[in-house]
Ligand binder design. Structure first.
Ligand code: ATP
Length: 198
């Protein structure tokens, strides 16, 4: 009998610790797809995306063959219409790339990490949803430390994302990411529960 691989969405606000949690699942042998990383790779490789992004943002979109991330970030920051246009170019390609990737996986389930799953309704295509939470103050501090970005910038991104409370309501599992050792235990617990659900 063919067993289908379940898709477990892993989400959470900026700086909540999605990638940190995803890495713990990886340690348990679970394949992990990080949508943001794959999107960036496709923005570098896909001829169709490259052409459309240059049409949208202009020739500065790429610099010496590399995606000009600060240029794009500045363009879409505070411009939701432009951000939406960029997403319309990139997201369908990521979705089809994910489908091809999924076919190659041989595991009881995979983790698909994405910051935005509720806001754009893609959560409906997932079998289970895990949301990673931490207080806003903690998240802001982590991102300032990691990216050297300003408090205002992080707050502006948070404002465009759903609140933890809204996400938690639609989630099957919630991970409170404060102490890393405790976070790892929560991952092991959820992993076992998902395996039993099959
Ligand atoms: P983004 O939405 O920006 O992609 P994210 O949700 O994937 O962020 P991470 O990159 O995993 O979050 O974590 C943000 C930063 O905080 C990283 O530098 C990470 O090492 C650190 N971090 C994550 N969890 C903890 C923790 N429990 N204790 C201390 N530092 C942490």
């Amino acid at each position: 009998m063919q067993v289908t691989t379940k898709i477990v969405g892993l989400t959470g606000g900026i700086g909540s610790g999605k990638t940190t949690v995803a890495n713990y699942f990886k340690e348990l042998g679970i394949p992990v797809y990080i949508a943001d990383v794959e999107a960036k790779l496709l923005m570098k490789r896909s001829k169709v995306i490259i052409r459309k992004l240059i049409q949208l943002f202009g020739s500065e979109t790429y610099y010496k063959g590399e995606l000009n991330k600060p240029f794009i970030a500045n363009k879409v920051f505070n411009d939701p219409v432009l951000l939406e246009k960029m997403n319309t170019i990139v997201h369908p390609k990521v979705a089809s790339h994910f489908k091809r990737w999924l076919k190659k996986q041989d595991a009881p389930y995979v983790i698909k990490e994405a910051a935005i799953i509720f806001e754009n309704n893609t959560y409906t295509s997932l079998d289970y949803i895990i949301t990673v939470i931490a207080t806003e103050r903690t998240r802001i501090n982590r991102v300032i430390e990691r990216d050297k970005s300003s408090e205002e910038r992080v707050k502006a991104i948070i404002k465009n994302q759903w609140s933890d409370a809204e996400k938690v309501k639609l989630s099957n599992f919630v991970i409170e990411n404060i102490e890393l050792a405790d976070t790892k235990n929560q991952v092991i617990n959820i992993h076992q529960k998902i395996l039993k659900k099959r």
